[in-house]
Design a protein around this ligand. Sequence first.
Ligand SMILES: C[S@@+](CC[C@H](N)C(=O)[O-])C[C@H]1O[C@@H](n2cnc3c(N)ncnc32)[C@H](O)[C@@H]1O
Length: 365
Amino acid sequence: MLAVPRHVFVPEAPLRAAYADDVFVTKRNNEGVPVSSASQPAIVAEMLEQLDVRPGHKVLEIGAGTGYNASLLDDLVGPEGSVVAVDLDADTVKRARDALEAVGRRRVEVVHGDGELGHADGAPYDRIIVTVGTWDLPPAWWDQLVDGGRLVAPLQIRSSEHSIAFELSGGVMRSRSVITCGFMPMRGLGSYESRVVELSEGRIIAFHADEEVEVGGARGVLDERGATVWTGVRIAPGEDTAQLSLWLACGFSGYGRMSAPFGDHGKLRLLLRWANPGIVDGRAFAYLACRRTADGSAIEAGVCGHGPGGADLAERVARQVRVWDRECRAERRLQIEAYREGVGPTVEGWFVVPKRHSRLAIRLA
Ligand SMILES: C[S@@+](CC[C@H](N)C(=O)[O-])C[C@H]1O[C@@H](n2cnc3c(N)ncnc32)[C@H](O)[C@@H]1O
């Protein structure tokens, strides 16, 4: 990161913002929603570690944005390797090319196109990195990755997003690491509309779920009284809770993501501000909350239930938080395998998430 001056990629940013560990939005749509940015440096670095890029690799990036990450990739692959970055928007492609030119990274190719289709001309790639939120793993990414290659993508699993490093071997992608992340969603061919419901009349706090989840019962539930169960499960400051989200997503068919974009959490603090685990079951709704432990060194996870049957749902969710704490925390982790649509053995004993072009299977490793 010291090799690449980030301010050249965000010339509109004051220097302090250019070097803050924060996302810098570079483009919004007509409604003011961010559609392009320089991602937060911390997640950029973590995803590059997940990608395990080596000198000489051929790398494809989906979501060129400012060109900053492509420039880092260029540094990692060295003179023997190559980097192609694709972006959906022509103006974004132009600014990425200009910035790469300005820092002398002329070998990076920036292509205008829909990343859902990859970039066949440069295939096959040793590494593919996706820097825009995706709901699926489309066919082109499988076709354009070498056997033994690695794909890192912010993948939505039941509305929660995780950056997953997959290794492709014999037509199956197997997860090597999973971390929490939050990216702007892919537009174009790979776009996906979640179901969204407002959980409160007065506050901006929403529940997002996949289209098969019946979310109606959650509308306005936070305006009613809730019942909280404290689990006794401690979470360390900065601990990644991706595994907890996945565990609950596998355990409850009404699982989804709760977001409080303006930080208005109501009476209880959410465990996560953007992607807090929430579960709807008929007219009952439960979500993860947290409080500081008495010694102040960690937080304790709790579950708050609302609506008819909410207290019972909160008890059931709390039980699963404790099971996760016992079974799935230290050495044992959830492992994700991805199969192409219509390919692969049946995966009995695994929790299966069907997608348009692929099938995910999740189990304790
Ligand atoms: C978070 S930004 C990427 C940040 C970038 N890696 C960087 O270093 O600045 C996401 C980018 O994905 C692009 N994008 C969205 N949908 C896309 C698609 N279907 N194909 C290619 N790019 C897409 C957006 O235009 C946006 O520039």
